[in-house]
Design a binder for this molecule. Structure first.
Ligand code: V47
Ligand code: SF4
Length: 389
């Protein structure tokens, strides 16, 4: 569907865009100002052709997914992010839930014998869920299923529990890692720049705190992801500022696996007056992410947020990872108005989605170790084989 990027760039009439396109095709890093110009002037087709080229240079047709499930320990939260449709203030407790270790272990055990490789644990910040509580949870999961990769807790949760336990970030991360925490998900990043952060989530960990926790995890040998919440009150340059801070830390540690742009959804939150971005703007966001984040190996589209068809479309705009089966009542998105009210896709669904756009579906572990190439596996066979589906 895309034009040849070399012809496209040589025919580009805008001199600024042409120069940036030439840099990209020479595999040179683009600057902060170049990134802003891409957002301001790059058409969907121009950005798409270049992002797709970069994606194919890095990964060919491979499109990764994993078999995972989510646990949300609580939706009670001491913070009050304006975009959040999910948390219930600690004081009011209306519609709040909190799971005990036994209840979470019950969920873990319900996957016994199923070929999932990862559990993703993220929730609100409940004052009674302490570092000691989560250390017990991590140990219980590892005692039951040592090979299950635990990707859990954002710096928002970690910063709060470390401060409450009066430990430093270094001490706290070491304790969590030793108890079984394998890697960190990308949440809580939102928009780093204080001009926006103070308006949308002023009371939680700031940019430096978020980056420090990820850096500490990287120095302990752990990997992590990073997100950016886009399409609300931020300007293009705030997005680039955010990506630039991540790109700089990645130069230092190399610990990030994946960058995940998250589309702001406006249902039932204090920012419902803000219109959601168009599909065109979504695809431009993914494409610029692929072009700017040159040292991030993977760009992921989170399908519960975007909807399956738009997630499929991102595979032509720089994305090479489509998350996983998820299998959850992922309430944080359902409550914010995402397309998917109870997100779960079977392996057959994911493989079909990827094959429909002529990409090569590859199941991965959390750290992108390749588990199985599904290009030659028939979807009908996946549906009847419990080890595949
Ligand atoms: O930080 C909250 C976002 C994030 C809304 O690392 C919203 O693999 C849009 O980071 N509209 C948490 N987004 C989820 C997250 C994540 C999800 C899946 C995979 C990974 C990974 C990470 O959800 C929050 C916030 O940015 N969020 N409310 C909303 N109304
Ligand atoms: Fe709490 Fe996270 Fe919601 Fe913010 S986004 S209010 S930290 S649950």
């Amino acid at each position: 569907m895309h034009s040849d990027p070399f012809t496209l760039v040589s025919n580009t009439t805008d001199p600024q865009l042409k120069q940036i396109g030439e840099k990209i095709l020479r595999k040179e890093r683009i600057s902060f100002d170049d990134g802003v110009v891409l957002f301001e002037k790059g058409s969907l087709s121009w950005l798409g052709a270049l992002a797709n080229w970069v994606r194919e240079e890095k990964h060919g047709n491979k499109t990764y997914f994993n078999r995972n499930f989510h646990i949300e320990p609580t939706n009670v939260c001491v913070f009050s992010c304006k975009f959040c449709s999910y948390s219930r203030l600690y004081a009011s407790r209306e519609e709040g839930w909190e799971l005990s270790i036994e209840q979470m272990m019950h969920i873990i055990k319900s996957y016994d014998g199923k070929p999932v490789t990862e559990v993703h644990i993220v929730g609100g910040v409940h004052p009674k869920m302490t570092l000691a509580f989560f250390i017990d949870l991590l140990k219980a999961i590892k005692a039951h299923r040592p090979d299950l990769h635990i990707k859990a807790f954002t710096p928002v949760e970690l910063d709060y529990m470390f401060k409450k336990a009066k430990v430093t970030v270094e001490e706290g991360m070491k304790l969590a890692h030793e108890a079984g925490l394998d890697s960190l998900p990308g949440g809580g990043a939102e928009i780093f720049h204080p001009e926006i952060r103070t308006q949308i989530c002023e009371d939680k960990v700031d940019a430096d705190g978020w980056l420090h926790i990820h850096k500490t995890a990287h120095l302990l040998g752990m990997h992590s992801n990073a997100t950016l919440l886009y399409g609300h009150i931020e300007k293009f340059w705030h997005r680039i500022d955010h990506m630039d801070r991540l790109r700089t830390l990645q130069d230092e540690t190399g610990g990030f696996n994946t960058f995940i742009p998250l589309k702001f959804r406006n249902k039932d939150n204090d920012m419902s007056y803000v219109k959601e971005s168009s599909v065109i703007e979504d695809m431009r966001m993914y494409a610029v992410s692929r072009l700017y984040m040159d040292n991030f190996p993977h760009i992921k589209a989170y399908w519960p947020m975007l909807g399956r068809q738009n997630a499929q479309l991102t595979l032509s705009f720089g994305v090479n990872d489509i998350d996983g089966t998820i299998d959850d009542s992922t309430k944080i998105y359902a409550m914010a108005g995402s397309e998917e009210q109870t997100p779960a896709m079977s392996t057959a669904d994911l493989v079909t989605l990827i094959k429909q756009v002529k990409r090569q579906p590859v199941e991965r572990g959390t750290l992108y170790n390749e588990i199985r190439d599904y290009s030659e596996v028939d979807v009908a066979e996946i549906e009847v084989n419990p080890l595949l589906n």
